[in-house]
Design a protein around this ligand. Structure first.
Ligand code: ADP
Length: 164
């Protein structure tokens, strides 16, 4: 059984993330998408929402599990029998960051390899933070995030309008 972990904050999940998950799911027996909890970070969407969006967006992929973890990613990988961690690479900035991460992750778990999937051209400048900025100014999100996120953003917007 080849198990891979795909970690992230997924605040919220974008079509770029979904593309990476689909591609990883076609290579590995099981892909564990892991929402990493970071106590120093504040999130736009709750952990429950982020997990629900991921579950809804990967519903047709029956070898994908959505999970959450606080603490070190490598501890999660080892505890779940994963020999591979998946990362998406968009730009040189991602590459530089991942180069550093790899050094520390290898020290923590030498038996776990990180595999980098190049972002699809369509999504190479798409990030969760860009989505959050668009949300703040009520920008169009269709095609950038899965339907579950579109619906949640529309609901939020409606509630905000009612409260004004
Ligand atoms: P973001 O970087 O968008 O805030 P995360 O931190 O949740 O999102 O990213 C989780 C993983 O997904 C990282 O490996 C990141 O490089 C990758 N990723 C993010 N956006 C994309 C994208 N548009 N295409 C491919 N991979 C991506």
């Amino acid at each position: 059984m080849a198990i891979a972990v795909y970690p992230g904050s997924f605040d919220p999940v974008t079509m770029g993330h979904v593309d990476v998950i689909r591609r990883a799911a076609s290579i590995f027996d099981t892909v564990r998408v892991c929402v990493m909890r970071n106590p120093d970070k504040t999130y736009t969407f709750s952990e429950a929402e982020r997990m629900a969006f991921l579950k809804e967006s990967t519903r047709e992929l029956d070898n994908v599990i959505v999970d959450a973890h606080d603490g070190l990613l490598m501890d999660y990988a080892v505890a779940n029998g994963a020999k591979v961690v998946i990362k998406g690479l968009r730009t040189i900035a991602d590459f530089e960051y991942e180069m550093q991460m790899d050094y520390f992750n290898k020290r923590l778990a030498p038996g776990v390899e990180t595999l980098y999937l190049m972002a699809d051209n369509k999504y190479s400048v798409l990030s969760a933070s860009a989505i959050r900025q668009l949300m703040a100014f009520d920008g169009e999100l269709a095609g950038l995030v899965p339907p579950a996120v579109l619906e949640a953003v529309a609901d939020r917007h409606k509630r905000e309008e009612q409260n004004q």
